[in-house]
Design a protein around this ligand. Structure first.
Ligand SMILES: *Cc1c(COP(=O)(O)O)cnc(C)c1O
Length: 353
């Protein structure tokens, strides 16, 4: 059937999301960086209050209620905010709006694999520049590449590191194209790059409710940038890209900062505990500013451990690719989930399983 497709679509591989076991099955799911805690009770109550009338009508085309809430919470003007059906949609809209087929999409690797997929969909060229030792940003190469769009995930997945703001500032000033700073994990980090949006009209910061706010199923992401950048993106996005339910729930969820911050604090404590336990088992674990850890098992048997854990009903992420195929990416779960994970690793590492 491939003859029906554009050549770049026929040739490309699909993006592979983390496995999603059927609801009701007994998996400990630590493979997609979902938040292990439920969403804000106020947001769940807002779901109960969705009316039939709200579903009968088309939703707000620009998710105004949610943008108003973002404006209050982050202290940015409302017209500097765009809302998407997950931040993935906004990444997609950006590439469609800014990169010609044959144009250049640039990013340091390893990083979020979707950047490559989206570039391929657009028929764009992707320029992958490896991170240096200890995830040093390859600043000169990124500048030299002059992408129409340059993606930096900060904190990055799967490494968990934050790119220091001084490097992002230098990059923004020396790129003629757009610099996308993907802050999907910002809620778990000690710094962010929101200030750069005010300094540079080519910077866009992208955030999501999927990780910090426990709302991955809702599909709600947003971005902050100069209104003239957003004007271009509005031409490309679907008219009604954010549904009425998502807009209503997200508006309540983002205003419940106390609840989100309490969940984040629990996860940070668990992150420290899990890192220590893994290190006690001989793993090398990177310090992380996210809700996951990148851990290198002592015997170099990452693929084996991934498979064995899966047999035991524990899902973590294994990336069979250079730089990562000796490591495991582990989402921080509830205390109990983390304990079960550590117990399973201990049995496997002791060879008693
Ligand atoms: C999870 C993730 C996203 C996707 O977020 P959604 O809002 O759920 O689409 C984007 N970027 C990175 C780096 C992520 O890890």
């Amino acid at each position: 059937m491939n003859q029906y497709f554009r050549p770049n679509i026929a040739a490309m591989a699909s993006y592979v999301p983390g496995e999603q076991p059927k609801p009701g099955t007994q998996f400990i799911k630590l493979n997609s960086n979902e938040n292990p805690y439920p969403p804000s009770p106020a947001a769940v109550a807002a779901l109960q209050n969705i009316t039939a009338e709200a579903l009968r009508r088309y939703p707000q085309p620009f998710a105004d209620d949610f943008r108003q809430a973002v404006s209050q919470v982050l202290g940015v003007p409302k017209d500097w905010v765009i809302v998407g059906n997950g931040s993935d949609e906004l990444l997609n809209v950006l590439i469609r709006a800014c990169v010609e087929p044959g144009g250049k999409v640039v990013y340091p690797t390893p990083t979020y694999v979707l950047y490559k997929t989206l570039a391929q969909l657009q028929g764009a060229n992707f320029v992958e520049i490896p991170y240096g030792i200890d995830y040093q940003l390859p600043l000169d190469e990124l500048i030299a590449a002059q992408g129409a769009v340059t993606f930096i995930a900060s904190p990055n997945s799967p490494s968990g590191h934050v790119v220091p703001q001084k490097y992002l500032r230098e990059l923004a000033g020396k790129l003629s194209g757009i610099l996308v700073i993907d802050e999907a994990y910002v809620d778990f980090a000690t710094e962010n790059a929101l200030d750069l949006v005010r300094e540079f009209d080519n910077v866009i910061v992208i955030r999501t409710l999927s990780k910090g706010y426990s709302l991955a199923g809702l599909r709600l992401g947003f971005a902050i940038a100069h209104p003239q950048i957003l004007d271009g993106l509005y031409k490309v996005k679907d008219s009604y890209n954010v549904d009425a339910i998502a807009c209503a729930i997200a508006t309540v969820a983002i205003q419940d900062q106390d609840y989100k911050n309490a969940c984040v604090e629990k996860i940070k404590l668990s992150r420290a505990w899990l890192q220590q336990e893994l290190e006690n088992l001989g793993f090398q674990v990177r310090d992380s500013q996210t809700n996951f850890l990148l851990a290198q098992p002592p015997l170099g048997n990452a693929a084996y451990l991934y498979q064995e854990l899966k047999k035991q009903g524990i899902l973590i992420r294994y990336f069979p690719q250079p730089q990562l195929d000796d490591k495991l990416r582990i989402t921080v779960g509830t205390e109990e989930q983390n304990q079960q994970l550590v117990a399973a690793f201990r049995r496997l590492c002791d060879g008693k399983d």
